[in-house]
Structures are given as C-alpha cells and as structure tokens.
Ligand binder design. Structure first.
Ligand code: SF4
Length: 690
C-alpha cells in the first residue's frame, strides 16, 4: 500500500512523499512527483526516516529516573503515573518557576505547548526563536508588515542566496529543488557565504565575507545602489518612508571601510550590488546563518531594504507576500487572551521583539535557573529539543539543567538532555499521528500529514501528551476529546475537515501580487519603513547600523595573539541540528565531526587532513577531525555543529561535550538588543593538533 503525506520531523518538512507500507510497517519512503513543492525529489534524511521508525534505541515507554541525575538508571512507569506526576508538579509550583521549552517546531505541537502555558499562566516558553527565524520574521513585519518569501513560482531573473545552503539544508520549508528549478531556467545566481558550497560553485558571483559581517556587507551594497541611483525611484517615492535619512546614513562610511570590515574587495561589493539592482525581477533567499550573531535583526532589516528599494518587494519573481489559508488564528489557538499580563512577566521583557512574539530567548532561562534572577526557575518541560547541544554555552546549560528540581523531556531517543531528566516521555514520529505542516508559518500554505502507521510501544504524539496534560491540570474544557477534533477546529474557517484536507494534501491561501496597492503595507505608516518607527519608539537603531562587537570575552586585548582564527560553523546535510547521528545510512555518509581548515593554515599548525584537532576559544575546547579546503579564507575555521555520539555509552551523557561546538560559544552579553540573539558564528579561536 502507498500512502501520500508530507515530510516533517526530519527537518522543517515540505517535501511530498509516497510512503510504502507492508504489514503495518513502513518499508520505503520516496518523493511524490505530484507534490507541487518538491515534484518527486527527496533527500537522504527523508529516505532514512524508515531507519528512525524502527530503530532499536527508540524510547517505547515512559521512564522515571531512579538513580542520580544523568546516571542512566531508569524505571518503566505508566502514562498515568508520568502525567499525574508532571501535572502535580505544575499545580504545586509557582507558575513563574516553570519553563516550557521546544526545539525546532515541526507541526502543531509548539502551539499546543504555548496554549497549555498560557492557560496555566506560565510566562516562560523558551524557543530557539532569537537565533532561528524570528529575527527575520520580526524585522520583516516591522519593516513592511509581512514576511516576504522568494517567489520561485515565477521566473526570477536573479536569486541572491545569502547565508543559506538550500541545496543541502531545507530553509524553513523552502526546499532546494524549488531553487534548482529557477536556476535551471537560467536565473543568475549571487551567493554570499564564507564557504564555497555546491551553490557557490554554480554562482555567477560568489561573495566570501568574513563571518559575522553580513550587516556591513548589506550596508555596502545599499550604498552602491543608492549612490549609483539604481533604486526604483517610483516605488521608493510612493511606498517607503525614511529614504532621505538612509541616503545620509550611507554617507557616514566609505566602501573602503566596508571592505576592511568584511574582507570583500570594494570591486566585488560594487559588482554584487549592481548585478542585483540591475537584474529584474530578483529575489533574495536569506538563511538562518544571518541570525547567528548580535546583528541579526538589523541584518534582516538591511536585506529588507535591499528588496524594497530595488522594487522587488511583493512583485512577481521577487520576495512576495503569501497570505495563509483561513484557519483558526494562531493567537486563538494558543489562547493568548487568557494571559494578557504575560508580557510583563516574561524573563526578559527588555527584548521587545521577542516579547512581542511572546517567547523567551534560551540563554535567559539558563541564567535565571543559575542566578534566580529575575525570578527562580525550578522546573522545565522540554519537547523535541536538546538544549545541551543546541544552546550557546553548553557547560552553563549543563549546570542549569542539573540544578532544576524537576525536568520532564518528551523525546524519540534518549538524547544527552533526556538523560538528565526526571521523567522521559516517548513520543511518536511523523507518520504515526495526524498533523499538519506550516501552520502559523508565513509561506501561505498548509500541508496535510496524516497518520500512516501506528506508533510503536506506548509512544504518543507530543500534541496528545500536552492535550492530556492540560486535562490532568484541570483545564479539560480547553482541550479536546481527541486529536481529530483539534485538527477539525483548526481547519474549520477554511470550510474543510481534516478528512477533506487529507484528501487535498495542500491548502493554499489567496495569493496575490502587490496587495499593498489596495490597502498599503501593514506598518503604522502603511509604507515600507526604511526608517523603522517601531524600533525608534523602543529606543533601538531606526536604521541598520553596524558595530564591530562580537562578544565581551572577545574584547580581550590579546585576542588576536591568543586566538587568531575566526570560528564559524555549518550544518551537515545528513543531520538536523543534533539529531540522527544514530541512523546508520546517514552516519555512514558523515561519520565524524569535521572542521574545515585552509591548507596553508593547517600546514602552519602541523595538521594534515584527517588529523583530530583541538578547537579552543575562551569558553572551552573540543575535538573535531580536520579536513582541508583550499577555497576557505585562511583566517577562517568552519566547525561542525550538533555532535554527540549516541553509540558511546562509555562517555558522560553519550559524549555531550567532546565535539559539541556550543562548548565554545558564548551566552553572556552583548546580545542583539531587540530580540536577544547570541553570537554563534564569529568567535576568536585557535586550533592545534590533538
Ligand atoms: S528536504 Fe526536508 S522535507 Fe524534504 S525529504 Fe529531506 S528532510 Fe524531508
């Protein structure tokens, strides 16, 4: 039997799949040629899902810790005992001492978690938002009122890929095959990336900036476009505010200064700017990498301004507004009206953009657990997340998780973070429950992810676990008798049931170009706010401004002597954050954490390709295996991210610290001031042979 569904949980999802089922088991997964997004393509992770489903290490029953925290001694318990224990802990706690946390959201489960937190009046919902998607989403919203996505359905004449490696990693549901089709039709390509990737190889122009200087580079390109008069005057005059202020702002620095900051030759900045501005229509494919430093929001703002002043905003083939289909509004799903005082009670209300979205940057919960300021956090519930690997400053995160009075983790496998829990809840994967993709995301469609097989053992979907927890906490009237009722309620405004939706597969919104011509942009001025009124009111930079500061520790005057190299990182196409090192076919392709060095740098250090090397920052030291890359800048080191060793039971928490790049990263200020991003990508380091 073949069942059609959409991929999820292996990353953000988006690819239509044909799932082959025999005797109630999935035996094969392949791309669905009928899917309008991937049209039959599928990646290695998508295929390897079968190995995850039937993996011998899958958690199958709820577990209770019976030894010391992290000692690895567990007792099997019933779901009733597990949920009653968690509910009692919640009901007897000061609600401000609780934190709910989620890794990457995959379906509706984050919304269910926020709903439960709001109904319980728990203010701390911790997500990776400040370093993932939210800087771009909020910057776009305050600049033009929507999140513009590349219009790959229309033949763009040029794509500028900035900090994204779409051929190897899915970018929030926009998948590489969409970009490939546009390029195959002849679109020009500019790639902005410190690393020479598969995409850079194909580029008409590859720009290789110093890691962490994307904002300076974007400002340099704006300067060229504005001073050459290459902007779209009609659009700028009619639909933007603050252009004269931008013109003045761009006079404050020279292209030479930008070149010194970014390490990109002046001629190349000029060439990239002119090529982008003169080729219409053009879209920018921005990536998560631009959110990994303290300029995250302003970098996204600068790229928004590039899109707007070149007339590419909401134009066919540019970056467009894709309204979602009518569904239950996310704000109603999460019952935001039930907790109006939440914003004042957040751990870090000073991050106004994070507060606007109601989430807590991850470092603030770690600091609160350790310092009891601004108030103590004593209990956490984590689903689909592995903070020991994914939060900045892993050593401090480790101390914080160990200090908690109570930690519950809902997971598929016993990750290093789950190994520290008091209670572990076994969760179902996609394919094992009804869900939908892209709800609340700004791509303008919803994807049906119907259940294909029964989950193994006693595994339950996160959605159902939280639904039941809500009922156990006495909030039964706000939760559903079963998941289908929840899904039907979400889809009700679209006039379809989940059963109808399953048959449709995809539900699109009402997409139209240039909707601003009818109602203006969704900002206070109804225009694209080059000079951002919201940021100005809050006391932040109203125009994007680059400042040369990375981390407090990097202000050490001996930094260049002691730590002469610049460390950045890259995601591995075989994995998703810290997941899937235990899937044999993927691990075979990528068996070790690999750090890229320029051959000249390696020679100076006495290192050969294949040697294990120490990477050291002022925070700590890890080991990774050297690989030599002649295309890299000799001053730059690119380490692998998300590594632990599920097979190494001999190492503490399965090797959470040996090769984990977040042993090297910093979670102290300075942070991005409006959203709290930490600096993850431009860290002074040194490298030496093991
Ligand atoms: S690219 Fe993402 S959505 Fe597509 S098959 Fe791979 S893991 Fe699944």
């Amino acid at each position: 039997m073949i069942i059609k569904t959409y991929c999820a949980r292996m990353d953000h999802g988006g690819c239509g799949l044909r799932v082959h089922v025999e005797d109630g088991k999935i035996v094969k997964v392949e791309g669905d040629p009928d899917s309008p997004l991937n049209r039959g393509t599928v990646c290695g992770k998508g295929i390897a899902q079968v190995e995850r489903l039937n993996h011998p290490d899958r958690l199958l029953h709820p577990l209770k810790r019976i030894g010391g925290r992290g000692e690895g001694k567990w007792e099997r318990i019933s779901w009733k005992e597990a949920l009653t224990t968690i509910a009692e802990r919640i009901l007897h706690a000061d609600r401000r001492s609780i934190a709910f946390a989620q890794g990457t959201p995959k379906g509706l489960e984050l919304y269910m978690m926020i709903r439960l937190a709001n109904l319980l009046k728990v203010p701390a919902v911790v997500t990776p938002g400040s370093i993932c998607h939210m800087p771009r989403e909020t910057a776009a919203t305050i600049t033009c009122g929507f999140f513009p996505v590349p219009d790959y359905d229309h033949p763009s004449s040029l794509v500028m890929v900035w900090g994204s490696n779409l051929f190897q990693t899915n970018e929030e549901g926009i998948i590489g095959s969409q970009l490939r089709r546009v390029l195959d039709r002849g679109a020009k390509l500019i790639v902005i990336d410190p690393r020479k990737t598969q995409l850079s190889n194909r580029a008409d122009l590859w720009v290789q900036p110093r890691p962490g200087t994307d904002l300076a580079l974007a400002l340099g390109m704006l300067k060229v476009i504005v001073e050459d008069g290459l902007h779209d005057r009609a659009f700028v005059d009619q639909w933007t505010t603050g252009f004269p202020a931008l013109q003045e702002h761009l006079k404050d620095f020279s292209l030479k200064a930008i070149s010194e900051i970014t390490w990109v030759p002046e001629e190349k900045i000029t060439e990239a700017a002119r090529l982008y501005a003169r080729t219409r229509p053009a879209c920018i494919q921005w990536g998560n990498a631009i959110e990994h430093n303290i300029h995250s929001v302003q970098t996204a703002r600068a790229l928004m301004i590039l899109k707007a002043i070149t007339g590419n905003l909401d134009s066919p083939g540019g970056n467009v507004n894709r309204p979602s289909p009518p569904t239950l509004r996310p704000g109603d799903f999460v019952q935001s009206r039930s907790f109006p005082e939440k914003r004042e009670q957040l751990l870090a209300p000073e991050f106004r953009l994070a507060a606007m979205m109601g989430f807590t940057p991850s470092q603030t919960v770690v600091k609160a657990i350790l310092s009891d300021k601004p108030y103590p956090i004593r209990m956490m519930y984590i689903q689909g997340g592995n903070p020991l690997l994914s939060y900045a400053n892993a050593a401090e995160t480790h101390l914080a998780l160990k200090k908690l009075d109570f930690l519950a983790v809902a997971e598929i496998f016993l990750t290093p973070t789950a190994q520290l829990a008091d209670i572990v809840l076994p969760t179902a994967t996609n394919f094992e429950f009804d869900d939908m993709g892209h709800y609340g995301m700004p791509h303008g469609f919803l994807l049906a992810r119907p259940k294909v097989v029964e989950p193994p053992g006693e595994c339950l979907p996160d959605l159902l676990i939280l639904n039941e927890l809500g009922r156990k906490c006495g909030l039964g009237k706000f939760f559903w008798p079963d998941l289908r009722s929840c899904l039907d309620e979400v889809l009700n405004p679209a006039g379809v049931t989940y059963k109808d939706f399953k048959a449709m597969g995809i539900l699109k919104g009402n997409w139209k170009y240039k909707s601003y011509e009818r109602s203006g942009f969704g900002t206070p001025s109804k225009k694209v706010e080059i000079l951002c009124s919201r940021l100005k009111d809050w006391g932040y930079d109203a125009l994007p401004t680059y400042r040369e500061e990375f981390s407090a520790r990097d202000s050490d005057p001996h930094r260049m002597e002691n730590y002469p190299l610049v460390l950045t990182s890259a995601k591995d196409p075989c994995y998703f954050h810290s997941a899937y090192r235990n899937l044999p076919s993927l691990r075979k392709l990528s068996p070790d954490p690999v750090v890229l060095l320029h051959p000249q740098t390696a020679e100076g250090l006495g290192v050969k390709g294949g040697d294990w090397v120490h990477i050291e920052t002022q925070r700590g030291t890890i080991l990774q295996k050297a690989s030599l890359s002649p295309d890299l800048d000799p001053r730059v080191v690119v380490a692998a991210y998300g590594w632990w060793f599920p097979e190494r039971q001999d190492l503490e928490l399965s090797g959470w610290k040996e090769s984990n790049i977040n042993i090297l990263t910093e979670n102290d200020p300075p942070y991005e001031p409006a959203i709290g991003s930490t600096n993850l990508r431009a860290i002074s380091c040194r490298v030496y042979k093991e």
